[in-house]
Design a protein around this ligand. Structure first.
Ligand code: ADP
Length: 257
């Protein structure tokens, strides 16, 4: 495959104590840069702005009001991009920040603009790093979400860029028949061809402290991907070199195809 979207959750780039996992960010930058050198086109969709912002502002938990939350996201987003920029620079890569709103699904002109921007960035060998524009889009932070979460956003980015594969990295090895953190006997689905209501009933609630999506939004993303006849792999982002194995076609995580 040529064009790959990689989505990382907050749990992948932050330690549970709320600090940034620098090893992980560094490794992620290394892997994506190497893929770029191999001639692949890669786009990163990264969560974590709120988590990084909370840490930077020395806050223990997310503030209550939406403007306060958005202020945290604003600080965290630039801090996060600064980190990415430095790590990617070490591996000889240039990054470009792409902040999106729901406009890209609602307005054809916005959609076309976004498509053209991605094409230009990739043509210039830039690695786009995508997030929702939190300062104008309230949905994600509000948890009332329709488009808001980055799981769904990554599926839409995969759609508009006609990507061959979406790799979704989380803190879990894939999609199980029940929450493995609650039941050790949970079994991993290796391959899913159809996202049914039954699967949604197995998805449970939100998992990690900072995670907003949980498995429900990952299934919604997968549903979207399958409609585009593209593919998605849900895997553990603990070791980002797993991305090499996934692209090599190894049997890892849950493949939606
Ligand atoms: P991220 O921050 O990577 O987007 P989330 O924390 O939002 O991830 O979602 C991952 C969590 O979803 C897992 O850690 C797990 O606790 C929970 N979960 C609930 N049901 C399931 C299931 N059926 N299979 C796998 N994980 C599940």
């Amino acid at each position: 495959c040529k064009r790959v979207i990689i989505k990382v959750g907050t749990s992948t780039i932050m330690y549970p104590n709320g600090t940034v996992n620098l090893q992980r960010l560094d490794k992620l930058a290394f892997v994506l840069s190497d893929l770029r050198n191999q001639g692949k086109e890669v786009i990163l969709v990264s969560s974590g702005a709120v988590g990084v912002g909370l840490h930077r502002l020395n806050l223990k938990e997310s503030p209550k009001t939406i403007p306060e939350q958005q202020a945290v996201a604003s600080v965290g987003q630039s801090e996060l991009m600064n980190l990415y920029s430095n790590f990617f620079f070490n591996y000889g890569q240039i990054i470009g920040q792409v902040l999106m709103t729901r406009d890209i699904v609602e307005f054809p002109e916005s959609r076309l603009n976004a498509i053209n921007t991605f094409e230009q960035l990739l043509k210039k060998n830039v690695i786009p790093i995508v997030n929702e524009n939190d300062t104008v889009a309230v949905d994600e932070l509000d948890h009332s979400t329709k488009f808001g979460d980055n799981d769904r956003l990554s599926a839409i980015v995969a759609e508009i860029t006609q990507a061959d594969l979406l790799i979704m990295l989380s803190d879990i090895d894939g999609f199980y028949d029940r929450n493995p953190n609650e039941d050790a006997d949970a079994e991993l689905f290796r391959e899913i061809n159809d996202v049914t209501p039954r699967l949604f009933s197995l998805a449970g609630g939100v998992g990690s402290e900072f995670g907003t999506g949980g498995m429900v939004t990952k299934l919604t993303a997968a549903e979207h991907i399958l409609k585009q006849t593209s593919q998605m792999v849900l895997a553990n982002g603990e070791d980002p070199t797993i991305i090499f194995k996934i692209i090599a076609g190894e049997d890892i995580g849950t493949l939606f195809t």
